[in-house]
Design a protein. Structure first.
Length: 258
């Protein structure tokens, strides 16, 4: 089954309109993203000024953590709700392809998350001592690739969600682990056994922060950046492949009740 660019664009616009009319999504995804993404690094910059490395780690860790809320959790909540409301089933009945339906939801949230990241980053560049990334394209790639993979994982996660109202609570453990792996809760991993840090480093949020940190590195060229970003990119690719496999084999288009 191929993806129709026209149908994908239609579904993306439709999901975008629903997203901005959803007060819950606006309060959890948008407001939380902007408040934490900007507020935490800004506060740390005021408390501990003159520490660019500390500020950068805080920024990237918090960014990857709130990205989980805006992508993984939001995808799981939205798709579970639309599945229970039989909206996904009705969309399939219109002749839209499965990939267009899911792809439209994923594309919408990737675009929203990328736009929110841009707002947060620009605000921090203006209000704090956070430097502009040396390689902005690599930074953009890290954000888009991370958001895409997390959205796919959120869609795959709906397989184990029995009802839409349980999607957000069930996603909380992944949010906490992903936040720890990204460093969004500070240097907590330094107080844990070494093997815990190794396991958390496998998570997609850790790959996002590692890749973004390469983009912020003071020195490096194209070849160096590509080499340093290869391992994080491979991690994201493996997570994406696992998510796509689950979606292809187990994704449910309607609730169990129906």
């Amino acid at each position: 089954m191929t993806v129709s660019a026209r149908d994908l664009a239609v579904v993306t616009r439709f999901n975008g309109r629903l997203f901005w009319r959803d007060r819950t999504a606006l309060s959890t995804s948008v407001a939380l993203f902007l408040l934490l993404g900007t507020g935490m690094p800004l506060m740390m910059d005021r408390i501990q000024p003159g520490s660019p490395e500390f500020l950068l780690n805080m920024h990237l860790g918090v960014l990857a953590t709130v990205l989980v809320v805006a992508t993984f959790q939001q995808t799981a909540v939205t798709l579970s709700a639309r599945r229970d409301q039989l909206l996904l089933k009705r969309m399939r009945a219109t002749g839209l392809g499965d990939r267009d339906i899911l792809g439209g939801e994923v594309a919408n949230l990737v675009l929203q998350s990328t736009a929110l990241t841009a707002v947060v980053s620009v605000a921090l560049y203006a209000l704090t001592s956070l430097p502009v990334p040396r390689d902005p394209l690599l930074y953009l790639f890290a954000v888009v690739a991370g958001a895409l993979v997390l959205c796919l994982l959120g869609a795959a996660f709906t397989v184990v969600v029995p009802r839409s109202e349980l999607a957000a609570p069930m996603a909380m453990p992944f949010f906490l682990l992903a936040g720890l792996g990204a460093g969004g809760f500070g240097p907590v991993t330094q107080m844990l056994p070494g093997w815990v840090g190794t396991v958390l480093g496998v998570l997609p949020t850790a790959a996002v922060t590692d890749m973004a940190r390469v983009a912020y590195a003071a020195r490096g060229g194209l070849v160096d950046d590509l080499g340093a970003a290869a391992v994080p990119t491979l991690k994201l690719a493996l997570w994406a492949a696992a998510a796509l496999l689950v979606i292809a084999r187990r994704f449910r288009w309607e609730s169990r009740k129906s």
